[in-house]
Design a protein around this ligand. Structure first.
Ligand SMILES: [Zn+2]
Length: 428
């Protein structure tokens, strides 16, 4: 059977992947775990999501599904942060005989849960219409992610995936500062990058794979295959690891992005790839956020932002000028596109003709009439022809991304994409 679980964590603790790791071990009593567990990230813009917006699916060969359901339900009751308003767990159980029937339906549900905004009612209606065993707690919002995770498990080849090795802390240490040897992360990264990524942020000198919240995660190593993430994890020196799990995941795949043909079709709480022309130059707001505006072919405009946490990425954004052509990836909230990646497709013309400047006062001369050249009335100077002026740009067309410390779970790092085929990796 396939078991989907979501929404058991809170800002103060727990993590649905930890519950998944516990169940992987405990469910061996009822059958055989068939494949790697899944960690599925859903639409990152949903405001009522829990911390990571992660859901989990496990696949088990079992002769006693009723006992499995009872065990999973009781573990959620014991471990989920029910006291937190935003924690509304859900679990979904799919029997082997239903795999083929539910496969296409739950695949489209998965895509919708990653890209769109789904109401709880929709998940509940689907569950009852399809006759799926489920258990919702409190308002049951977790049923959405639980169903989506089952959709991912039913369609193992239907989506792009990466892997994460998650190491968990001993319970007595939860909520205390994590005791890790920072240098060991940089060293491990040097050995396995670019097959692993987002372990450290070299430019900002940060270890980014260690969370700071009170949850059970000690660190997570992300990479291209199960072997490399575990090999990298073995290079880390830290406090004792209670247990670990390797998840197959949609992290780092850009699964959340929708292609936008025009700005008119853009809606809040969705993520897009959008092409346009810079129409208002970047300005830096209080708090260090950098905002500029782009225009599409229809003349519609949208504000685009590189917020303060994107650090050095803002220096790049500040170099844009009106008429630069860009292709942006990012999420839209409150009418602003939060940039994850930018492709500078072409730069505004650097060479343009302009009226000559007056040698006396330095101002641009005015036309002296048709075929009469140019003049400065005040200084009584003359000149015959226009001059060419050239702007020097400290920006090249190409692909740029936010640093690892600001990366969204779902955002695909550049190192995973074109660089892999060319062998030319972005400087870090
Ligand atoms: Zn003059």
């Amino acid at each position: 059977m396939i078991i989907g679980i979501d929404d058991t964590d809170s800002n103060e603790g727990m993590c649905t992947t930890y519950l998944g790791a516990l169940l992987l071990e405990e469910l061996k009593e009822y059958g055989t775990v068939e494949t790697l567990p899944l960690l599925v990230r859903l639409n990152p813009t949903i405001p009522y999501k829990t911390r990571g917006n992660a859901s989990v699916a496990l696949k088990l060969k079992t002769d006693c599904p009723e006992q499995v359901i009872a065990h999973v339900t009781s573990r959620i009751e014991e471990l989920a942060r029910m006291e937190c308003e935003k924690t509304n767990p859900g679990a979904v159980f799919i029997q082997e005989k239903d795999y083929e029937r539910l496969k296409p339906i739950l695949m489209s549900f998965l895509e919708e849960a990653v890209r769109e905004v789904i109401e709880i009612e929709k998940a509940k209606t689907l569950i009852s219409r399809l006759g799926i065993a489920s258990k919702g707690f409190k308002n049951g919002r977790g049923l959405i992610g639980a169903l989506a995770a089952c959709g991912a498990m039913l369609n193992p080849e239907g989506w792009e995936f990466t892997f994460e090795h998650l190491a968990y802390r001993q319970k007595k240490r939860w909520g205390t500062p994590r005791d890790v040897d920072k240098e060991s992360f940089f060293k491990a990264d040097r050995q396995t990058y670019p097959d692993t990524w987002d372990t450290v942020d070299l430019k900002n000198g940060l270890v980014v794979c260690v969370p700071h919240s009170a949850d059970p995660v000690l660190f997570g190593i992300r990479g291209e295959n199960p072997e490399v993430v575990s090999r990298t994890a073995a290079l880390i020196r830290s406090e004792p690891v209670e247990r670990f799990a390797v998840y197959r995941t949609n992290q780092g795949t850009d699964m959340h992005l929708l292609p936008a043909k025009s700005i008119a079709e853009i809606r809040d709480m969705h993520s897009y790839r959008l092409e346009g022309t810079v129409s208002v130059a970047p300005k830096t707001l209080e708090g260090g956020h950098v905002i500029f505006t782009i225009r599409d072919r229809e003349g519609d405009e949208i504000d685009c932002a590189a917020f303060e946490p994107t650090k050095n990425f803002r220096q790049l954004i500040r170099k844009l000028v009106p008429e630069d052509q860009v292709l942006l990836s990012g999420s839209v909230t409150s009418g602003t596109l939060n940039i994850e990646k930018i492709e500078v497709k072409s730069l505004a013309p650097t060479c343009r003709e302009e009226n000559p400047k007056c040698p006396e006062c330095g101002k641009h001369m005015k036309s002296a009439g048709r075929g009469q050249g140019f003049r400065c009335k005040k200084c009584e100077t003359h000149s015959l022809s226009k001059i060419k002026s050239e702007t020097v740009r400290d920006l090249r067309p190409g692909l740029y991304e936010v640093p690892p410390c600001a990366r969204r779970h779902l955002a695909k790092p550049l190192v995973r994409d074109r660089c892999r085929s060319t062998g030319v990796y972005p400087s870090r």
